[in-house]
Structures are given as structure tokens and as C-alpha cells.
Write a protein that binds this ligand. Structure first.
Ligand code: NAD
Length: 485
């Protein structure tokens, strides 16, 4: 995928983003203004969720009144602006959340612009027979309430907007509080594109300060006909218990198996490329490796030649105590290990620094050999830390990889030329995405065939969502006529 931004342009954008910061780089996203960017007021951002829903409802009515051609014109303008302002959003995302990498986030926005399906995804079905013709059309739901994550904030807002608008819906966002300035920038971008293409000035809406309370208003508001949630297990559970039609795109912990028929050199490079992409923030990214013991050394050598740094088990245990912290549930009092938000999506060099190891920026991933029980294998870290577990054979590899995936049925990867092994693992793990012999991001259309999405709905079964996922089927029956054969 070509990204036509020069170094100078990127520098210019970084300067603009830093200027937008509230006195430099704040420790958290506190102090970020989610209502303006460089003095320009963001369009479609409301103090009150009820007002945001009203605006999205007006946006929905405007979309309903548009022809498909007009709708597609608005979507084309969103794609164009998204491509053009990809580095702005990438910089904003990294600056605000302190997570990920600018170049990779830029590439993710270009991917969204290029490969998110538009109105062509909405296809009517027809059945004709002795009794005439029955037409089934994919109709909009109405106003969709969308909850978006901090890991791909603006990517998800734009990807959801394209798909939901293509399907004829309106949309109101309750974005992640830690990425609110970046998410609302994307809301504004969609609205600017709409106005440029002759659509309504406010097509999609959001709030200044999203909270669990604003999410509850969204869940209960009569105008919200569908909820779409992209995030961790807690929030997915909450939308699924809302009583409304809901799409849940939840957590993963993608395992990788490498057997002894694979192109080991390529497997090592592909795994590091995928695992380190945007510092492992994508939910599809490689999180733990099960390598046949007869090729494990060669695989590790290839990883080391491609930007990995290997730590020993003592160092891994020390790092685990830093990146996983204890958290007490205020209701139940149960104490659980959770990922430290100060470590999620950070550069490998920053994480290594925490255990006294100094490396240069060429190191993009930390690898270590562990046993299956190690927290690096069991927890979804979303950091460029990759544990490798040696296995004896395919039976052990599949058994452990399926267990490490924890039944999320999200994503799994395999490097092999043995079609029996590939088929056995794919059948056993039952994931929404299964990538063979490529980096994980091939699964969302980046260097792989197929459309892209940043909302992968495993729990509710829509899979890689697109415009058609945000529709309801309506049937129209013509009795006795319109069959022309
Ligand atoms: P998160 O779970 O911390 O937050 C997601 C959103 O939910 C935020 O807007 C948050 O404020 C909100 N939220 C949290 N609890 C809520 C509740 N009870 N009611 C209403 N809103 C609530 O997610 P994150 O840390 O930004 O993202 C990382 C997680 O999301 C990982 O587990 C990752 O795998 C998953 N994810 C999945 C996909 C997918 O397509 N399946 C995509 C991106 C991220």
C-alpha cells in the first residue's frame, strides 16, 4: 500500500499536533480538548449525549433522503479526506494515547480509506418461482450507537462511519475517553467530508466527555436502534445485555503455530512484522507462538535478524511484574492481574528500559522463551512482547494454541506447508480470522485479499463487519407476477 507522504509533510503535521497539545505532552490524555483542533471547532461534538443523538437522528433523516449516488459521493469524500489527513490522525492518536507508532497508524487510515466497503456491499436478493417474485432488501436500522476503542480510535470511527452510512444509517459515537480528541477529530472529518460533498453539515455525532453514563443514555434512547461495540470483554458484555440489537467486537489473544514444514526464515520475519505492527495494538496481532522444537532455534534466529531482542526468563518475569498490575474489582473485591495502561502499545525499547536494558529504535519486538502457563502467553498484553513455547508435535501445538486463545474465536495464525496441519488447526480453533503464512494484518486486507474493518465481530458472528452488517432484512412479495421465464 503506497503512502505518499514525504518526511517534510510528516514533520509539519507533527509540529501542528504538538502545537495543539496543552503545554507539551501531558501524562495522560487529561487536558486534551475534544472540541477543537488548532483553534478550529470540531463539527458534530456535543456536551450532552441527548443532543448528539438528536443530531445523529437528523443525519439519519438526511441520509435516508439521499440517492445511492449522493451517498456514495459523501463516502468518496470521506475516503479522500481520510487519506489526506491520515498522518494528522496518526500523530494525534500516538500523542494523545501514548500508544502505537505513527507510520503504522498512518498506514491503517489509508487502509480504511481504500478498503472499507461502501454502498456496493448492499445487495438485494431475489427469489422467483410459481408464485411470483420475492425481493429481500438490506435496510438501515436507523441511528446506530457506536462504542469505539483507544487502540484504533480514529480508524474505527471512520471505518464504522463509512459502513453505517453506506447502509443508510445515522451514527452517534461514545468513543474511548483516553482517545477522545483523536476520535472526535475523525467525527469532524466525516462531517467536513459530508459538507464538501453536498451532504448534511452534521452527519455523525459524538460527545465532549464520554463516560459510562453517556453510554447508558445511548443504550436507553428510543432513537438508537442498534448498538455496535468495539472493545474489551467488559464493554462487549454491557452492550449485549442492553436489550437492543447489538454487534459485539471483543478481545482476542491470537496464537501462532509454526511447524517444521514452514519457510522458517519467512515465518520469523512475518511474525515480527505482524506482532510489532502499531506496537501490537491490533486485536488480530500475534500474541504468542507455539514452535516445533526442531525448528525453534532457526525461527528465533530469523526473528533476531528482523528486529527482535531476546530476553531470558528472569528478565521476562521481571518485565511481567511491571506490565501486569493488580486490580481490585470494587464490587466483588476480587483482585486480578490486568495490563498496565502505562505499558500497552509502548515501543519495545521503552519496555526494555523498564528492566534496565537499553536498545536502539531498530528493536521493535521483545521475544522470550516461556512455558505455557506464563502470563505473557495467557494475557492479551497488546505490547510488542512475544512469548515462544516449544512444542513436540502438531497435537501439542494445537492443544495449547486453542487453550491460549481462550475461546474468544477471534484470530489465529499458522506458518506451515502441511495442508493437513493447517486444516486441523483451523478447524480446532474456530476463529473468525485464520491467517496462513503471512503477517497477521493480511487478515484485515493489508497485504491480503478481502475488505478491511476495525470491528471484527466474533461474539455476535458478523465476522469482519461491513455495510451489510448494519442492515436489517426486509421482504417484499409480488404475488403471481414479475417472473419473466
Ligand atoms: P476498552 O474495553 O477499554 O474500552 C472500549 C470502550 O468501551 C471505551 O469507549 C470505554 O470507555 C468503553 N467502556 C468500557 N466499559 C464500558 C461499559 N461497561 N459500558 C459502556 N462503555 C464502556 O477497550 P480498549 O482498551 O480501548 O481496546 C482494547 C480491547 O478491545 C482489547 O481487548 C482488544 O482486543 C479489543 N478490540 C477488539 C476489536 C475487534 O474488532 N474485535 C478491535 C479493537 C479492539
Amino acid at each position: 500500500m503506497a503512502i505518499n507522504w514525504t518526511e517534510a509533510q510528516i514533520e509539519e503535521v507533527i509540529a501542528a499536533v504538538i502545537k495543539n497539545l496543552n503545554g507539551g505532552a501531558p501524562a495522560s490524555n487529561k487536558g486534551w480538548d475534544s472540541t477543537q483542533y488548532n483553534g478550529r471547532r470540531l463539527i458534530g461534538v456535543y456536551a450532552d449525549m441527548n443532543d448528539a443523538i438528536d443530531a445523529a437522528t437528523a443525519g439519519y433523516k438526511a441520509v435516508r433522503a439521499m440517492s445511492l449516488e449522493e451517498r456514495e459521493k459523501v463516502i468518496a469524500a470521506i475516503r479522500e479526506l481520510c487519506r489526506k489527513e491520515a498522518p494528522i490522525m496518526a500523530n494525534l492518536g500516538v500523542s494523545e494515547t501514548k500508544m502505537g507508532r505513527v507510520a503504522h497508524k498512518t498506514a491503517k487510515h489509508v487502509l480504511v480509506a481504500d478498503k472499507t466497503p461502501g454502498t456496493a456491499d448492499i445487495v438485494a436478493q431475489v427469489k422467483t418461482g410459481d408464485y411470483g417474485l420475492t425481493l429481500t432488501e438490506m435496510a438501515p436500522f436507523g441511528v446506530v450507537g457506536s462504542i469505539t476503542p483507544s487502540t484504533n480510535p480514529s480508524e474505527t470511527v471512520i471505518c464504522n462511519s463509512i459502513g453505517m452510512i453506506a447502509a443508510g444509517n445515522g451514527v452517534v459515537f461514545n468513543p474511548h475517553p483516553n482517545a477522545i480528541a483523536t476520535s472526535n477529530y475523525a467525527v469532524d472529518l466525516v462531517n467536513r467530508a459530508s459538507a464538501m460533498a453536498g451532504g448534511p453539515t452534521v452527519l455523525v455525532a459524538s460527545v465532549v466527555k464520554p463516560t459510562l453514563d453517556t453510554a447508558q443514555i445511548m443504550y436507553k434512547h428510543p432513537n438508537i436502534r442498534m448498538l455496535v461495540c468495539t472493545g474489551g470483554p467488559g464493554v462487549v458484555r454491557s452492550v449485549l445485555s442492553s436489550g437492543k440489537k447489538a454487534i459485539g467486537a471483543g478481545a482476542g489473544n491470537p496464537p501462532v503455530i509454526v511447524d517444521d514444514t514452514a519457510d522458517i526464515k519467512k515465518a520469523g520475519k512475518d511474525i515480527i512484522d505482524g506482532c510489532s505492527f502499531d506496537n501490537n495494538l491490533p486485536c488480530i496481532a500475534e500474541k504468542e507462538v507455539f514452535a516445533f522444537k526442531n525448528i525453534a532455534d532457526e525461527l528465533i534466529s530469523s526473528m533476531l535478524a528482523n528486529g527482535a531482542y531476546k530476553i531470558n526468563i528472569e528478565q521476562a518475569n521481571k518485565l511481567a511484574k511491571i506490565v501486569l498490575v493488580e486490580s481490585k474489582n470494587p464490587k466483588t473485591g476480587i483482585v486480578k492481574k490486568v495490563v498496565s495502561r502505562d505499558c500497552v502499545g509502548r515501543d519495545a525499547a521503552v519496555l526494555l528500559e523498564k528492566i534496565g536494558v537499553h536498545v536502539g529504535p531498530e528493536i521493535r519486538c521483545i521475544i522470550c522463551e516461556t512455558n505455557f502457563e506464563h502470563p505473557f502467553v495467557q494475557e492479551e498484553l497488546m505490547m510488542p512482547i512475544l512469548p515462544i513455547v516449544r512444542v513436540n508435535d502438531i497435537d501439542e501445538a494445537i492443544d495449547l494454541a486453542v487453550k491460549a486463545e481462550h475461546g474468544n474465536r477471534h484470530t489465529a495464525h499458522m506458518h506451515s506447508k502441511n495442508i493437513d496441519n493447517l486444516t486441523r488447526f483451523a478447524r480446532a480453533v474456530e476463529t473468525t480470522i485464520f491467517v496462513k503464512n503471512a503477517p497477521s494484518y493480511a487478515g484485515i486486507g493489508f497485504g491480503g485479499e478481502g475488505h478491511t474493518t476495525f470491528t471484527i465481530a466474533g461474539p455476535t458472528g458478523e465476522g469482519l463487519t461491513s455495510a451489510r452488517s448494519f442492515t436489517r432484512y426486509r421482504r417484499c412479495v409480488m404475488s403471481d407476477n414479475f417472473r419473466i421465464i
